[in-house]
Design a protein around this ligand. Structure first.
Ligand SMILES: Nc1ncnc2c1ncn2[C@@H]1O[C@H](COP(=O)(O)OP(=O)(O)O)[C@@H](O)[C@H]1O
Ligand SMILES: [Mg+2]
Length: 320
C-alpha cells in the first residue's frame, strides 16, 4: 500500500457506486484533509452513499478509498473504530434513554462499563442533553434526537466524525445550536469532521472546506473563504439615536450613496466614488473607508462596524 501523507483524512480514487438503476457515485476523485469539511449537494447527489461507503457499511462497485490511511475494502473494522457516524435517518430505539443508548454504543466499541458510563455522561453534557438523558428517546424533539445521535457518534473518542444532515428538520434555533456543536467538535476538540447538507449556504459559517457533489460527480472543492469573494460592498453600522439616518444623510452630502439593509447601511463601492467617477481599484475603496470614518467622527456617532460584505456561497452558485 502506498504511504498516505500526514493530514489526509479521506482519499478516493475513481470511487464508483452503481445501484443498477442509478449511478450514485461516478468515478469520484476526492481528497479531504483535517478540520471541518462541508459536503453539499442536492438530494440524490450521492452524499449519504459516499459516507456509508467510507464507513465500509456499503461496498463500492468500483474504485478505491482510504479513511485515515485504512483501505475501505479490507479495513472496515479499523475505520469504524476510529470514525463516528451520525446517520441521516432516525435510528434511535424509542424505549431507551439517551444515557443507556450512549453507554451501550460506547461498550460496543470496546470501553468497559464504568468507563463507558463516564464517557456517555461527558458526551451527553457536551451536546447539551444532560438534563434529559434519563428519559426515553421516543419522547424527544427532533433537535434532542439529533443531539443523541451526535453523542453516540462521539462516544468512542473518534478521530473523524461523519455527520449526515445533522441539521435536517431542525428549527432555526436548534439548527444554530447544532452548527455550534459541529464547530466545537472540529475546532475545539480537534476531531476531523465531514458534515453534509443539501443547503449550500448552511455550512459556510462552520466549514473550513466545501466539497460540492452533483449527480455523483465532484462539482467543486475548495477552501470556504475562496467561495466567499468580496462583493465590493461595504457594510456600515453605527450606534445611537437616529445615527443611521444622520449617517446616511451626511454620507450622501459627501457623495457616498448608501442603501439601508436592516439596521445596517450598505455602500456599493463599485457603483461610484466620492468624486463621481468609477471605482477601479482597492485604493478607491480605501478612500470610501476614510470618508465613512471621518463622517462618523464628525457626527459623533459610534462606528460599530465597517467591513467588506462577502458573497454567500449560495449567491456564487446562483450566478452560474
Ligand atoms: N439502496 C439503494 N438502492 C438503489 N438506489 C439508491 C440506494 N440508495 C441510494 N440510491 C440512489 O442513489 C442516489 C444517491 O443517493 P444518496 O446517496 O442518498 O444521495 P444524497 O444523500 O446526496 O441525497 C439517489 O439517486 C438515490 O435514489
Ligand atoms: Mg442523504
Amino acid at each position: 500500500m502506498e504511504p498516505v501523507h500526514a493530514g489526509v483524512v479521506v482519499q478516493t480514487q475513481r470511487l464508483t457506486k452503481d445501484y443498477g438503476a442509478v449511478l450514485a457515485l461516478d468515478a469520484l476523485d476526492l481528497e479531504i484533509g483535517p478540520g471541518i469539511t462541508g459536503l453539499v449537494g442536492a438530494n440524490g447527489a450521492g452524499k449519504s452513499t459516499l459516507l456509508k461507503i467510507l464507513l465500509g457499511l456499503v461496498p463500492a462497485t468500483g474504485g478505491r478509498a482510504q479513511v485515515l490511511g485504512h483501505d475501505i475494502a479490507t479495513q472496515g473494522p479499523a475505520i469504524r473504530a476510529a470514525v463516528g457516524y451520525l446517520p441521516e435517518h432516525d435510528c434511535l430505539p424509542p424505549d431507551v434513554s439517551a444515557s443507556d443508548f450512549v453507554v451501550h454504543m460506547a461498550m460496543m466499541s470496546g470501553l468497559p462499563k464504568v468507563a463507558a458510563r463516564e464517557r456517555a455522561a461527558e458526551v451527553l453534557r457536551h451536546v447539551g442533553l444532560a438534563e434529559e438523558r434519563y428519559r426515553p428517546m421516543g419522547g424527544y424533539s427532533t433537535g434532542m434526537k439529533q443531539k443523541a445521535k451526535l453523542a453516540q457518534a462521539l462516544a468512542h473518542d473518534p478521530r473523524l466524525v461523519l455527520l449526515d444532515e445533522p441539521t435536517n428538520g431542525l428549527d432555526p434555533a436548534a439548527r444554530d445550536e447544532m452548527l455550534g456543536l459541529v464547530q466545537r467538535i472540529g475546532h475545539d476538540f480537534g476531531i476531523a469532521v465531514i458534515v453534509t447538507s443539501h443547503l449550500l449556504g448552511e455550512l459556510e459559517r462552520v466549514s473550513d472546506h466545501v466539497v460540492v457533489l452533483d449527480g455523483g460527480h465532484l462539482l467543486r472543492a475548495s477552501r470556504t473563504d475562496e467561495f466567499l469573494d468580496a462583493t465590493g460592498v461595504l457594510l456600515v453600522e453605527v450606534l445611537g439615536d437616529d445615527a443611521t439616518a444622520r449617517m446616511a444623510q451626511a454620507l450622501a452630502a459627501a457623495g457616498v450613496a448608501t442603501t439601508p439593509r436592516g439596521a445596517l447601511l450598505t455602500v456599493d463601492a463599485t457603483a461610484g466614488h466620492p468624486d463621481g467617477h468609477e471605482v477601479h481599484d482597492s485604493h478607491d475603496i480605501h478612500d470610501i473607508h476614510d470618508v465613512i470614518r471621518d463622517t462618523a467622527s464628525d457626527l459623533g456617532v459610534g462606528l460599530v462596524r465597517l467591513q467588506v460584505d462577502h458573497r454567500r456561497i449560495e449567491d456564487v452558485f446562483s450566478d452560474e
